[in-house]
Design a protein around this ligand. Sequence first.
Ligand SMILES: [Zn+2]
Length: 226
Amino acid sequence: MGKKISILIVLVLSFTRIWGAGNIYFSGNSNERKIALTFDDGPNDTSLPKILNLLKEENVKASFFFIGRNIKARREEVKRTYDEGHLVLNHSYTHSNFEKVSQDIIAQEIEKTNSEINNIIGVVPSLYRPPYGIKTSSGKLAAKKMGMDIILWNVDGEDWSSKKSVKEIIETQKKQTKNGSIILMHTQPDKYTSYEALTVLIPYYREQNYQFVTLDELLKVNAYKN
Ligand SMILES: [Zn+2]
């Protein structure tokens, strides 16, 4: 009897570990000198390949949140991202503002993007970043229903803004980064300030003895459901 119960507990625990449970993360363990670079809004065939080239040269692994509706036209870039050891994760299907959107619609967007990703690389993400980082109760419930954890950030150099210079992005990121940081960056089409900042920031973080890890390692969660 006792044995059966403990087997059941082990089973339940392993399921909760395999499937995200609607948890929200802003950062990882502050006692470890690890950081995760994360890139939103791809895939594309402009800034994404440039950043992938740089990460390859520097031997850095990162985490990418892709927009579902862009995926079909950029299969090659999605496959390359995965094959080069980065995480391919979910950033909704349409990248709409979900502030007043129902749980069902958000869940459908998560599902569609997961299925686009699965069609190309054969894995189903369990990490989701809502567009604009907007978290509402329906968004949280949708993520939980879909077995996803929500990933936000604690470093934002505002590389998404056209008003920010490369220098400003670098300075802000340097100031905000600490042990366990999740760093928000972007691969926007035809926009290269993120790339330029990264050429300076990667050597800087190395000098500061930070180790670059992917989100699953930083947060000790699974990136995929399978
Ligand atoms: Zn975005």
